[in-house]
Every structure is written in C-alpha cells, then in structure tokens.
Design a protein around this ligand. Structure first.
Ligand SMILES: [Cu+2]
Length: 498
C-alpha cells in the first residue's frame, strides 16, 4: 500500500483518491516513490472507493413563446467539487461545470437564448443536431464576452442523445476540459412504449464521461493541453464527479453513454463481462436491440444501452486497455452501479425499435475522399476559416471514404447523419451500424460512410468536418463544406467574405 499525506497532514490510502501521478510527484518530490512510478501507467482506482453519488444534470425547463420552446443558457466560470469537499475551478452552463439537459421532440421549434458570461470568446455548437449552418455554433458563430446569441430552429430528426459544447477556433480543448458541455435529448414516446426505461435520473441515466487530471487539492490540472493528443487524464469524472456511484432501483437501467473526453478512446464493459442491449448510437435508435458485452467509443461518440441487474448486485462500468497508442493504454474504472435490495420491475426491451431507415446511396454515388495527414491536415490542407473545401447538394446522400495512414484520429461531420458501411472493407459490428455523426478512424484504417446531408441550402455559412480529438481540431485538422440548392454547386464562391 502506498500512502500519501494530504494538505492536512493526515494519511490516506493513495487509491482512495486516484491521485494523479503528477500530483504524487509533487507531493513526494522527484525521488523515491516518485521516481519508481514515473513512466508507468496508473492502476485503475479501487472499486470500493467509488462512493460519491452520481450527480444527474438538471433538466432545463423551457419558456413557451408562441409555438417556440425557449431555453436560456449562460456560459460562466465558478467553483465546483469534482471530488466532494475539494474545490475545483470550472466552466459551465448555468453553473460551474457541465450544464443542464435540454429536451425537445421532433417537430418542436426551439430557441436558445445564450449569454457568454465568461471573459473569453466562445461558441455554442449543437453536436449531432440537423439545423441551419448559421445556427450550428461552429467557429464562425463566435460570441464575445458579455454578448448574446439566439439560434432558433425546428427539430427535424428522430430521438437521440445529442450534446452541446464550445467550438471556438483554437480554444475548444481548454474550454471543454474546464467543463463546458451538456446534453440535448430528443425524445420519442415510441421508445418508452418499446420498453426502453425513460424516467430521467431514475432508470434513464446520462453518463457524461471525462478523463481529467486533478491536482492534489482536487482542482483541474491544465498542464498538457498542447501535447500530441492534448490532455489524457488519469481520473474519470462522470457528470462532474470523480469516483462516482449510481444507486440502481429498477431491474433495468438505460445508460446514455457520452465519451466527452478531450481525446481518450473508451472500450466500455462491465467488470463481470455481462451482456447488455445497445439501443441507440450517436444520432438515433437502432431498428432492433443488439446484444453486446463491450463497445468502443471514441471521444464525441454516444451509445445508449440497457443493462439489467439483480438485487444487491454491484458492478463497475470500466474501460478496458486497448491498442490505440496512448489513447487507451490503461484500464480505467468509470462508474459503480449499486443495485438496491429490492428492485422495481422493468419491462423487457421490445425486439423492434423505432429506428430510422438507413440512407440509400444513389447509383452511382457521389464519392468524397477525406485523407488524414501526418501534419494535422485533411486532404493535404489545414483549416482556413475563409476557404470552402467542399460544396454539396442539400439533402443529398453521398458516399464518403475517410482514410488514416497516420496516428489514431476520429472523424466528425456537422450537418449530416451517417451510417458506417465498412471499416477496412468489412461490415462494422452490429452495435456500430446505427445512425452516427462521429466515427473512430484508427491508424491504418479506412472507413466507408453513407452520409445523409441536412436539407438546408446556404452557400454563405459552412458546416465543419474534423477530427474530434480536441487538440487536433484546435490545431486545424478541420475543413468546411456548404450545402446548396442542388444544381448550383459549380457556381458557389469558395472564398468566404470575412
Ligand atoms: Cu485527431
């Protein structure tokens, strides 16, 4: 057992706080134990130390203005407790870390009244949302400190777990790391009718997973933002709480798993390898539940699962060690699930779910290639805010091929939903065949996608495609496309007026 002295001088077992190696080096100096630990990866935190109640992000009640749901969000700085009893300085929406959960249904009109109460410029991007590019909250829709921004759109897509986060050029990694992010759920009663648990905070649980480095006093450690992959934290924070536990009171729980890490790849499983049902991917439901016992999520991706438990059971959601460089080189415990001694009955999930039909490629399809380069380029160029890289027909279905011969990256595109047709020429696993907006493209990998573009024509405001590893998109591993009236593609000006 290794012991460390906390600031009060009391000794406590090291595993109790999964103290970061950096903090330990600081605490013990660069000799002895510190040197012995340098260069090795952190052991997973002791499951028995996962005792902190999992916070549930509050639902944000909209104001109703005519036929529009109006949500009010403010980006702000404040203090939070990632570890109970210890103060962390964070950024959040309507709070000090993360933000409330927004909810709406297909067909709803929504407006967000957003205020930037930070002292730095930010943007507010709706990850996975199909909406006009001028309201997408990408790098062009900057909001200066003290200013407001009021995007308004109609929800045109089916039920999904979407999320919102900053997307400001060069500062996204730091702002997300400090805590800016939240969920936007699109609801559909048909999923509840199909037996998917849907009582928010009871058996329908958001699980926003973030790896963070914490200082010895529990604050966010910002060192390493400019490393190759940015910060890879050794402490998992879920919904803003380290060493978190969820008290399960029903036979089945629906977990909305979001990899909100800056770069880390998660290979999610339970410690007893139990099977669960995958019911949805990034942008919507599957057509039938898929049984699995492990799923991989790169950062930015979501997956929804239903897991069943027996009374008095305790299981750990964890990430297994993988082979993608430093992005998944350690096993990490994430969230402990503790079942009560008496569980409320849950229905079985129906064998048919209200999943949307996959986009059908025209014959012959329009094929678009995206090649990752060694220098953070895509197709040989880095991000230029004034350059339109691709012009597409609004509402079209296209075939995209993303090829990566260099280090691990992933690929995310705005203004579309896609299906993964092939990874290195083979069908992806069934749990990866649902609607998506982000896909892991590991080193030496090529993925083929069927992309359904949003039916919005606007030659002046681009959508983004990029690596979602936040350090990489900040460095410029990003490009821009516009969707325009079909037939007008050739006449579009590819230089944006500033
Ligand atoms: Cu990348």
């Amino acid at each position: 057992m290794i012991w460390s002295a906390d600031v009060s001088g009391a000794l406590e077992p090291l595993h109790a706080r999964q103290i970061s190696r950096r903090a330990l080096l600081t605490a013990v100096g660069v000799s002895g134990v510190g040197l012995a630990l340098a260069g090795c990866t952190t052991q997973p935190a002791d499951p028995d130390s996962f005792v902190n109640a999992l916070p549930i992000p509050p639902e944000l009640s909209p104001r109703v203005d005519g036929d529009t749901l109006v949500f009010t969000l403010s980006a702000q700085a404040g203090t939070t407790e990632l570890i109970p009893g210890q103060t962390a300085n964070g950024f959040g929406y309507n709070g000090a870390y993360l933000g409330p959960t927004l909810r709406a249904r297909q067909g709803d009109r929504v407006r967000v009244e957003f205020t930037n109460a930070l002292d730095e410029v930010t943007t507010l991007h709706w990850h996975g949302m199909l909406l006009p590019a001028k309201y997408d909250g990408g790098p062009h829709q900057t909001v200066e400190p003290g200013n407001t921004w009021n995007p308004e759109w109609e929800i045109v897509q089916p039920a999904a777990t979407l999320w919102y986060h900053p997307h400001v050029m060069g500062q996204t990694a730091e702002q997300v790391y400090r805590g800016l992010g939240g969920l936007f759920l699109i609801d559909d009663a048909a999923l509840t009718e199909a037996g998917v648990p849907s009582t928010y905070g009871v058996d329908d649980i958001p699980v926003i997973m973030q790896d963070r480095n914490l200082t010895g006093s529990g604050d966010l450690d910002l060192a390493g933002l400019n490393a190759t992959y940015g910060i890879l934290g050794d402490t998992m924070v879920v919904n803003g709480r380290a060493l978190a536990a969820l008290d399960v009171t029903t036979e089945a729980v629906h977990l909305r798993l979001l990899n909100a890490c800056n770069a880390r790849i998660l290979h999610l499983e339970f410690d007893d390898q139990r099977e669960f049902q995958v019911i949805a991917t990034d942008t919507g439901a599957l057509s039938a539940p898929v049984t699995a016992n492990t799923v991989t999520l790169s950062n930015g991706e979501r997956i929804e699962i239903v897991v069943r438990m027996s009374a008095d059971e305790q299981i750990m959601l964890r990430s297994a060690k993988g082979t993608n460089d430093v992005l998944d080189n350690q096993e990490m415990n994430i969230l402990r699930l503790r079942a009560a001694s008496s569980l409320a009955t849950s229905p079985e999930v129906a064998q048919t779910l209200p999943g949307s039909a996959a986009p059908v490629l025209p014959s012959p399809p329009t094929v678009r290639d995206f090649q990752f380069g060694n220098d953070m380029s895509i197709n040989g160029v880095m991000m230029d805010m004034s350059r339109i890289d691709e012009v597409m027909a609004a509402g079209a279905v296209e075939e995209w091929r993303v090829t990566n011969t260099v280090m691990p990256h992933n690929f995310h595109a705005h203004g579309c939903s896609f299906r993964v047709l092939e990874i290195n020429g083979k069908q992806p696993p069934a749990w990866q065949q649902g609607p998506k907006d982000t896909v892991l493209v590991a080193q030496g990998t090529s993925v083929r996608l069927a992309v359904q573009l949003v039916d919005e024509a606007d030659a002046e405001h681009p959508y983004m495609y990029h690596c979602h590893m936040l350090r990489h998109e900040d460095e410029g591993m990003m490009g821009q496309f516009v969707t325009v009236e079909p037939g007008t593609e050739a006449s579009v000006n590819r230089t944006l007026r500033s």
